[in-house]
Design a protein around this ligand. Sequence first.
Ligand SMILES: *Cc1c(COP(=O)(O)O)cnc(C)c1O
Length: 428
Amino acid sequence: MAKEMRIETKCVQGGYTPGNGEPRQIPIIQSTTFKYDTSEDMGKLFDLEASGYFYSRLQNPTCDTVAAKIAALEGGTAAMLLSSGQAASFFSIFNLASAGDHVVSSSTIYGGTYNLFAVTMKRMGIDFTFVSPDCTEDELHAAFRPNTKALFGETIANPALTVLDIEKFAKVAHAHGVPLIIDNTFATPIGCRPIEWGADIVTHSTTKYMDGHGAAVGGCIVDSGKFDWFAYADKFPGLTTPDESYHGVTYAERFGLEGAFITKATAQLMRDFGAIQSPQSAFYLNLGLESLHVRMARHCENGLAVAQYLEAHDKIAWVNYPSLPSSKYYNLAQKYLPNGSCGVVSFGVKGGRKAAEAFMKELRIAAIETHVADARTCCLHPASATHRQMNDEELLAAGVPSDLVRLSCGLESKEDLIEDIEQALAKI
Ligand SMILES: *Cc1c(COP(=O)(O)O)cnc(C)c1O
């Protein structure tokens, strides 16, 4: 296919072009192993001299097909699927940083990622400095150290819904000779393609909008192929010097800038940690991707309509949604997410914690779940669920006030969603 396809076509057909008489839908290769005629054939695979499959802990054809589609959607050169978004975040950093290294991250990131960085990876000897996503360029520069190996942030943060100035973050990361890693889960490549704004590595929890049906947990890492590891060879010896644990291969030399990062993450980290996505899950993920462009438009339409309705309601204290002109992030959202942000809206119910709980009890369409970005509308009151160990003061400090309700607008009729909210608010 010589001509570059548009993103809607890539959603449907990217990554897989069947030959004559082959299956139209992607085959699920439910096999742990692959057979070879000679030991020499097998040996070439182990030396990374030939490409091919030998064990599904390292690579599987179904997973590679779906990863290739996501790479095409993000405009990257290589990608890999992982067992979860958590595994994707971990691999994206650990592929670059080791004990004694340092990473700068936006402070408004997914809670699970924050814990991974601030607690678990800290125990592995990697230090993190957290900066406000709204910091100035000077403040961002000041967070860097000689041993900093990456800068990390989320396009639209879950659950804070801050919008990151990706271009600014990329500029500062590159001034310090490190890649910018962007978790693009909430925006999806339909809303924003961070590589076009200077990001080097993009990660996803495919569990959210990409799957979109609450069917399979998964993650993905995409490499832009643009970061010049050799220009900063001292910082990234794992990519620019021989890997003695893998037959002395130098990844950036053998696989080029376009393939080095993902090949290293597969050959070392997937080999040792085994956080694979199953071929069956990759198949479900692909079904979700086929309609991602159609679904995201509806999620954004419903999110905006609900946010506008809530903003005008006298029982609602405040609304946080980046595509509302009243949002602090409106200008950044217009720049990075001109076609809409996402389906997640957060807001405060007047009357605080009790009113929020009472309101949610009355909802009929929106179910109470610790999930977001699904076809079915769901909601969560963090103060009585994920953050219930905190008192009201601690909640405020964490940016999760006790009256906060997070509503993830699904694909239902927006009129039904608004009528559901209306009747629930009328009862409190
Ligand atoms: C959910 C989520 C993750 C973690 O993904 P899992 O698939 O649950 O492991 C990471 N980042 C963001 C932005 C998320 O919303």
